[in-house]
Design a protein around this ligand. Structure first.
Ligand code: CO
Length: 196
């Protein structure tokens, strides 16, 4: 298993517009697998190319984790989340409808959550890892996750959508977290956030 270094707010790559994927090959599959493993190790439910230093239009969402969170929100007590990562390549959100407020977090803004307003329902077109065109209709948390990850491909972070006061708190928390990882982070934290 290969864990990739996760970029954090302040890293330039998170602000760049990512490039279209033009070749669906083994290298892309390996990237998607490594992104999925990195996301899981960091306990995330989505991760985008720029977050692992790759400025390409790809993100991965763990649909098993989404189901787990949705079940919890419905008052169920699921034992554990299945790991069901799905790669979205060259995604395009072609329809948006309604509004929803949802508490979001981001692997590039560790240890911080804030409510963000998004479209409640979306339709997203994308290519799967084999280069086949796909379309998904999503609502609620799934729609939120797709919009959050899609934003990463355009250099947008969820903290851009909150007040500057809250953003200041977020930046302080990230700095503190990175300092703590450098001092005495666990092996996984050091691998994910400690390098560079
Ligand atoms: Co994010």
């Amino acid at each position: 298993m290969t864990l990739l270094h996760i970029s954090t707010v302040g890293d330039k790559i998170l602000r760049e517009k990512a490039k279209e994927v033009t070749e669906f090959n083994g290298e892309l599959k390996e990237l998607a697998t490594n992104m999925a493993d990195t996301m899981r190790a960091a306990d995330g439910l989505g991760i985008a190319g720029p977050q692992v230093g790759v400025s390409l239009r790809i993100f991965v969402i763990d649909f098993g984790y989404l189901d787990f969170v949705k079940a919890e929100e419905n008052g169920e007590k699921p034992k554990s989340a299945e790991f069901r990562p799905v790669a979205f390549i060259n995604p395009e959100i072609i329809e948006k409808e309604g509004k929803i407020m949802y508490g979001e977090g981001c692997l590039s803004v560790p240890k911080y959550n804030a409510d963000v307003e998004r479209a409640e329902k979306i339709v997203c077109r994308y290519f799967d890892i084999d280069g086949n065109p796909q379309e998904i209709k999503a609502s609620g948390l799934t729609a939120v996750a797709i919009q959050h990850e899609n934003d990463h491909l355009d250099g947008v972070l969820f903290i851009d959508k909150i007040s500057s006061l809250k953003r200041g708190i977020a930046l302080k928390k990230v700095k503190k977290f990175l300092g703590a990882v450098r001092e005495n982070g666990s092996k996984t934290e050091t691998e994910l956030y400690g390098k560079q």
